[in-house]
Design a binder for this molecule. Structure first.
Ligand code: BTN
Length: 240
């Protein structure tokens, strides 16, 4: 396997990228595949998606061991949305915390970040899946496709990742916060549910965590990686 290339098939591009990181390849190295046979999603789920869609993993070596590390997934989400729009994905794209790409109320892409700490220091594998041509059937949630060519999206995405992770690394998270919030599906005030609980989004914390005002405790709580959904309107009326 060579760095910065597209392989025909692999288990998971995150595994290939991790191997490149362990060999000492620099920040900005990427690897992509036309198909994956054992793709992984967030929270232990699998990621099953067809040829014609994007599978890409990007190596990020943060220069600082501070809150910038935890903003990397959000920076990658901003990069994916920007690249998709530059490739003509059209209107209606948004970011659902922490880093899903949505079209309307359906998922069009997802990101799995895996941190690796080894003898050559900490690096983060940022794995990105995007529904360029078709919607994966197995996600169990509404899904959408972007209607863009994977071969156009790939270089645009790498350029945007270089840009946004460079901004994060050199300046800190302020511009990532601003860019993310300007396209966030979970804007402050949005009524949400998570783990059977309900509340209202109040903002993003210093490490990119989602802050919610919980209905049951009346307190602002920090969510780190939980699945959060917009609360259906009917559900809000029914429970007052
Ligand atoms: C999610 O929304 O659950 C995250 C999905 C991440 C999928 C991508 S596809 C490329 C990379 N390789 C993997 O095995 N997973 C990520």
């Amino acid at each position: 396997m060579s760095a910065n290339s597209v392989v025909e098939i692999c288990d998971s591009t995150n595994d290939l990228c991790r191997a490149l990181g362990e060999e000492g390849h620099p920040s900005g190295t990427w690897i992509s595949a036309r198909r994956q046979s054992a793709g992984r999603g967030r929270l232990g789920r699998s990621w099953v998606s067809q040829e014609g869609n994007l599978f890409l993993s990007y190596l990020f070596r943060p220069s600082h061991r501070d809150e910038r590390v935890s903003w990397a997934p959000l920076a990658a989400g901003v990069a994916l949305l920007t690249a998709a729009e530059a490739c003509g994905a059209g209107r209606g794209l948004g970011l659902k915390w922490p880093n899903d790409l949505w079209r309307g109320e359906a998922k069009a892409g997802g990101i799995l970040c895996e941190g690796v700490s080894g003898p050559k220091g900490l690096f983060i594998v940022i794995g990105i899946g995007a529904n360029c041509a078709s919607e994966p059937a197995a996600l169990g949630i509404p899904v959408a496709s972007l209607g863009v060519s994977v071969d156009a999206l790939r270089p645009a995405l790498v350029r945007e990742l270089d840009h946004w992770l460079g901004v994060l690394d050199s300046e800190g998270p302020a511009r990532i916060r601003e860019a993310f919030l300007s396209r966030s599906v979970l804007a402050p005030g949005t009524e949400v549910t998570w783990q059977g609980r309900t509340g209202q989004v109040s903002g993003l914390g210093a490490s990119g965590e989602l802050q919610v005002l919980a209905d049951d405790t009346g307190k602002v709580e920090n969510l780190l990686a939980e699945d959060v959904s917009v609360r259906p309107r009917a559900d809000r009326k029914a429970s007052g």
